[in-house]
Write a new protein. Structure first.
Length: 443
């Protein structure tokens, strides 16, 4: 393969590289329109529709919200990792990391309905028990509720609300600050290395906030769907999926920008090769963690833990689980081993889209199988409220239309905020002292 033209400072645009607003204004308007109409309809479906629609749709909303939140959190992760590791090659694509991360505060807003008891009552049985409890220990005397009693230090409502607010605000402040540090450099007449050191310093301790956020949003929103169930590998499992699929989004954005004539001279086959390698690494890591989680639960054989896999091995969920094993690991692993493919942006983008589809299946299997079980009439602690949703069942007929609707609504919002971020500043840090080193990377 012929080596690409050596990039010199003459190739770096003085004013930076800006997205032509007219190119994306139509897409942005459509995405915003879908998001606004979808959100208004969703508010009706979550709060005012008949119970038969409202209860299943709460799960649809949780699934879509958390799927897109993992992509935003991943953008924050790659920004922090780039700064902490003092990465040279990543400078050309760092702004894309930051732009993806900057969607986080907006995506978190879609979690606000989950703070309302009207929505929580269908999702989180433990909250119903707490709200119904008279503060009397007798309320916790049966076996299941006694498990909740022992988790009371963590699973109590004030602490839950405090944590959720912290995850929303904490990581938003982190990514806002780092992105501002980075974009201010674009207009600085003397852009020295001071900002790089500052970004590196502030990315060290804030990595802890990132780690807590990806772990405990997973605990507070997802694991809490069944308070009896727990897994010590839950956080790292969600992190693996988040890092892998946010990199898939970054590859898609960079490929699209290059197709539009942007990122000229600063990104080439070598950058895509490196990003492809990161996708391969996290595909393997995801499989390793996912298998380890399954293996530990299978081996210890505790009824509180095995319930997760028992539900997902019932009915057609079993087929979906097997699809996930081969689809999320075997296929991308074999495909991403090819070096030529990782250097080809279009071919790599196909793999990126495929990986995102598998990530959607992964998160669908995390959230949705719980729905048929939890909304069964007798099972709930206040079963009377759910009379009419029938017995415990594997899945609720017709509920998947709500899943698609919620996914399209939040997805449109995600696209809008991502395009908005891309249009706000130069598409790469053109005054960064390391931009030439990054442009000429070879691996």
């Amino acid at each position: 393969m012929a080596h690409h033209h050596h990039v010199t400072s003459a190739d770096i645009a003085m004013a930076g590289d800006h997205l032509d607003a007219s190119k994306v204004s139509k897409v942005k308007s459509i995405a915003l329109g879908i998001a606004v109409i979808g959100t208004l309809a969703s508010i009706y479906l979550l709060f005012f529709a008949p119970v038969k629609i409202r209860a299943p749709f709460a799960y649809s909303w949780l699934f879509a919200f958390y799927f897109f939140l993992t992509l935003s959190i991943g953008g924050c992760f790659w920004t922090l990792l780039h700064n902490v590791s003092n990465s040279g090659w990543g400078t050309s694509v760092r702004r894309t990391f930051e732009n993806l991360g900057s969607t986080y505060p907006w995506m978190f807003l879609f979690g606000l309905p989950l703070l309302c008891p009207e929505v929580q009552q269908y999702l989180y049985e433990w909250m119903n028990i707490h709200r119904g409890a008279t503060g009397n220990v007798k309320d916790f005397l049966n076996h299941e509720a006694s498990l909740l009693y022992h988790k009371y230090w963590f699973m109590n409502l004030p602490f839950w609300y405090a944590r959720v607010i912290f995850w929303g605000v904490g990581l938003s402040v982190v990514i806002y600050g780092l992105r501002k540090l980075s974009t201010d450099q674009d207009t600085d007449p003397n852009p020295g290395t001071a900002r790089l050191f500052k970004a590196r310093f502030h990315s060290t301790y804030t990595l802890i906030i990132f780690a807590l956020t990806i772990t405990f949003t997973g605990f507070d929103f997802m694991m809490a769907l069944d308070y009896k169930w727990f897994s010590t590998m839950w956080g790292v499992y969600l992190f693996a999926g988040s890092a892998l699929n946010s990199m898939a989004v970054i590859i898609l954005v960079c490929t699209w920008l290059k197709g539009q004539g942007h990122l000229k001279h600063v990104t080439g086959a070598e950058h895509f090769h490196l990003m492809g390698k990161l996708m391969l690494a996290f595909t393997i890591f995801w499989a390793y963690v996912t298998f380890s989680q399954f293996f530990l639960i299978w081996y210890s054989n505790q009824p509180e833990e095995t319930s997760y896999f028992l539900i997902r091995n019932t009915g057609n969920w079993n087929t979906a689980m097997i699809t996930l094993v081969f689809g999320h690991f075997v296929v991308p692993f074999v495909v991403l081993l090819q070096a030529w493919l990782k250097k080809n942006p279009k071919a790599l983008s196909v793999v990126a889209v495929y990986t995102l589809c598998m990530h959607a299946l992964d998160h669908y299997l995390i959230t949705i199988p719980e729905r048929g079980i939890s909304l069964g009439g007798e099972h709930m602690s206040q079963g009377a409220a759910f009379a009419g949703l029938g017995p415990i069942q594997v899945s609720i007929p017709g509920a998947f239309w709500g899943d698609i609707f919620a996914f399209v609504t939040i997805g449109a919002a995600f696209l809008f905020f991502l395009l908005r971020a891309l249009g706000q500043h130069s598409l790469y840090p053109n005054r960064d002292p390391r931009i030439l080193e990054s442009a000429n990377v070879s691996n």
